[in-house]
Design a protein around this ligand. Structure first.
Ligand SMILES: *Cc1c(COP(=O)(O)O)cnc(C)c1O
Length: 357
C-alpha cells in the first residue's frame, strides 16, 4: 500500500512517474534493457539527457544565455563549487537563514574573503531578514541566498537589493513556484526533494559567469568543463536524469510551474490555516516568511509530539518527525504530495487533537 510520505528528502515522487519507470524498467523503448544498463554516450540516453535539459528550460523559462548542468555531489558539493567558480575577486557575502545556508557559508570561508551580511540565527531561523536593511560590501563577486529553508520552514518572498550576482540554493523549492531566472546569476538544487531520486544536482548558471574558475577548482566541479561537455564529462547519474525527465513531463502535463504553484499555495494555506486556528498546534515561523514546501509544527508537549508521529505513521501518514534541531513535526509537501494527502493529514490532526486535548 502507498502511504502519504511527508519526508523532507529523499521524498515522495509522483505516482504516474513511478508507474512509468516501473513499466519501462526491463525494456526502455524497445532497446531490450533498462535505462540504467546502457551507455551514457549511446543515442538513447543522450536523447533523454537532452530532453530533460530542454524540458527544464521550458518549465522554468530559462533564457538561452544560461547553461543547465546536471552534476553530482548534491547541493552540499555546490557549497564549494560556487566559490571555486565565481570568485573572480575572491570576495562574497552570504545571507544565513538556516543550517544549509550556514554550511554554505562555512565552506566558502576556505576559498576567499566571505562574510555574513545578515542572519536570522538570533531567532532560531524563524524568519527571513528584511532585505531593506541589508547592505553588502563593495567589490563582492556574489551574494549567496537559500531560497527555501527546508529544516526551519521559511522562504524568501523578496530578493536582496544588490547589483552583484545573486546565487540561490533552491534545493527544496525548485519548480514549486515561478521564479524569474534572470534575477539570478546561478541557481542550484539537489534533485531529491522536488525532482528525482538522490544523485542528481541541477545547476543553472548565466554563461558570462563561466570561465573564472580558480586554478585549484577540481575538474569535476568546473562549470565551464561541465558546460562544454553537455554534463557528460564523466558518467552522469543516468537513472535520476531519466526520472527527472519523467517528472518534468508530468509537471508540464499539469500545466507547468504556475499551475503547480497554485496547488502548492492551496496545500500550504489549508495546513497553515488549520494550525493557526487551532489552540493545540503551533507553527513558530514569521507568517510572511512561511515556506510553501516545509511546514514545521508542534503539539503542546514533547510527549504528544512523539505520540503524534507514531500514530500518524500507523495511519499511513509517514515521515512527519521534525528535524532534530527543531523537534516537533514537519510536513514536507513538495510538488508530488497531492492535495488529498494534505487533507488527510489535517483530518488526522483534528482527530488527534480531540483525543488528546
Ligand atoms: C537538502 C538540502 C541541501 C543538502 O542537499 P544534499 O543534496 O544532500 O547535499 C542543501 N540545501 C538545501 C536548501 C536543502 O534542502
Amino acid at each position: 500500500m502507498r502511504v502519504y510520505n511527508f519526508a523532507a528528502g529523499p521524498s515522495t515522487l509522483p505516482l504516474p512517474v513511478l508507474k512509468q519507470a516501473q513499466a519501462e524498467l526491463l525494456d526502455y523503448e524497445g532497446t531490450g534493457m533498462s535505462i540504467m544498463e546502457m551507455s551514457h554516450r549511446g543515442k538513447t540516453f543522450m536523447a533523454v539527457n537532452q530532453e530533460a535539459n530542454s524540458l527544464l528550460r521550458e518549465l522554468m523559462n530559462i533564457p538561452d544565455d544560461y547553461s543547465v548542468l546536471f552534476v553530482q555531489g548534491g547541493a552540499s558539493q555546490q557549497f564549494a563549487a560556487v566559490p571555486l567558480n565565481l570568485m573572480k575577486n575572491g570576495k562574497a557575502d552570504y545571507i544565513v537563514t538556516g543550517n544549509f545556508a550556514a554550511k554554505a557559508y562555512e565552506e566558502s570561508v576556505k576559498y576567499g574573503d566571505t562574510a555574513i551580511a545578515a542572519s536570522s540565527k538570533d531567532a532560531d531561523y524563524t524568519y527571513i531578514p528584511d532585505m531593506k536593511n541589508i547592505t553588502f560590501r563593495e567589490g563582492i563577486d556574489y551574494v549567496h541566498t537559500t531560497y527555501n529553508n527546508t529544516i526551519f520552514g521559511t522562504r524568501y518572498t523578496e530578493l536582496p537589493k544588490t547589483s552583484s550576482v545573486l546565487v540561490s540554493d533552491m534545493s527544496s523549492c525548485i519548480l514549486s513556484e515561478v521564479v524569474n531566472v534572470k534575477d539570478f546569476g546561478l541557481i542550484y538544487a539537489g534533485a531529491q526533494k522536488n525532482i528525482a531520486p538522490a544523485g542528481l544536482t541541477i545547476v543553472i548558471v548565466r554563461k558570462d559567469l563561466l570561465g573564472n574558475a580558480s586554478p585549484v577548482c577540481p575538474t569535476m566541479l568546473n562549470y565551464s568543463i561541465q558546460d562544454k561537455n553537455d554534463s557528460l564529462y564523466n558518467t552522469p547519474p543516468t537513472f535520476p536524469i531519466y526520472v527527472a525527465m519523467l517528472v518534468f513531463k508530468w509537471l508540464k502535463s499539469l500545466g507547468g510551474v504556475s499551475a503547480m504553484q497554485k496547488i502548492n499555495e492551496e496545500k500550504a494555506k489549508i495546513l497553515y490555516d488549520f494550525i493557526d486556528n487551532s489552540s493545540f498546534y503551533t507553527n513558530k515561523v514569521n507568517k510572511k516568511d512561511r515556506s510553501l514546501m516545509n511546514v514545521p509544527f508542534f503539539a503542546p508537549t514533547e510527549e504528544l509530539n512523539a505520540k503524534f508521529v507514531s500514530e500518524a505513521t500507523a495511519n499511513g501518514l509517514v515521515s512527519l518527525k521534525g528535524h532534530r534541531v527543531v523537534g516537533g513535526m514537519r510536513a514536507s509537501i513538495y510538488n508530488a504530495m497531492p492535495l488529498e494527502g494534505v487533507k488527510s493529514l489535517i483530518e488526522f490532526m483534528k482527530k488527534f487533537e480531540m483525543e488528546n486535548k
